[in-house]
Design a protein around this ligand. Structure first.
Ligand code: ZN
Ligand code: ZN
Length: 142
């Protein structure tokens, strides 16, 4: 995307969120096999996905602590809850420590497992927001 903008005088970018293919954007050289795996989230490590989903923001203080070290916290213990994205949440190190010291309570509970569609909807929105930060001229076609 950066390269394109260097070569062409891009003033308006339209993102077709309905047909958006995040996997191809992330890795343009993706081939058939990787693409299949990608549908099972293997293409993206779970931590990166969760960071993306939570907007790189602590889900307790939403940046108020000014702590920029982010941790991935397991809502249920890793042993019982596993590493599925719906069991993970982004907390800044400050809030994360406080949580484990029993000083703060989280309102988030372990979520339902995402259906593929829900996942793609979240990713599209997250990607679109990111793109808009970089290229304010971006427009959604939908
Ligand atoms: Zn925090
Ligand atoms: Zn934790």
């Amino acid at each position: 995307m950066d390269n394109v903008c260097k070569i062409l005088p891009v003033t308006k970018i339209i993102v077709e969120t309905a047909s958006f293919d995040i996997q191809k954007i992330k890795n343009p050289k993706i081939n058939g096999e990787e693409y299949q795996q990608g549908e099972q989230l293997n293409f993206w490590n779970v931590r990166e996905y969760v960071l993306f989903r939570d907007n790189h923001e602590c889900q307790y203080c939403y940046g108020k602590s000014k702590q920029n070290v982010l941790n991935v916290h397991h809502l249920e213990s890793r042993k019982t809850g596993g590493d599925a994205p719906n069991n993970l949440i982004i907390l800044c190190e400050t809030c994360h420590k406080k949580y484990h010291e029993g000083k703060v309570k989280l309102k988030q509970k372990r979520g339902q497992s995402f259906k593929a569609e829900t996942f793609m909807r979240i990713m599209r929105r997250a990607f679109f927001n990111k793109l808009k930060e970089i290229y304010p001229a971006v427009n959604s076609a939908t």
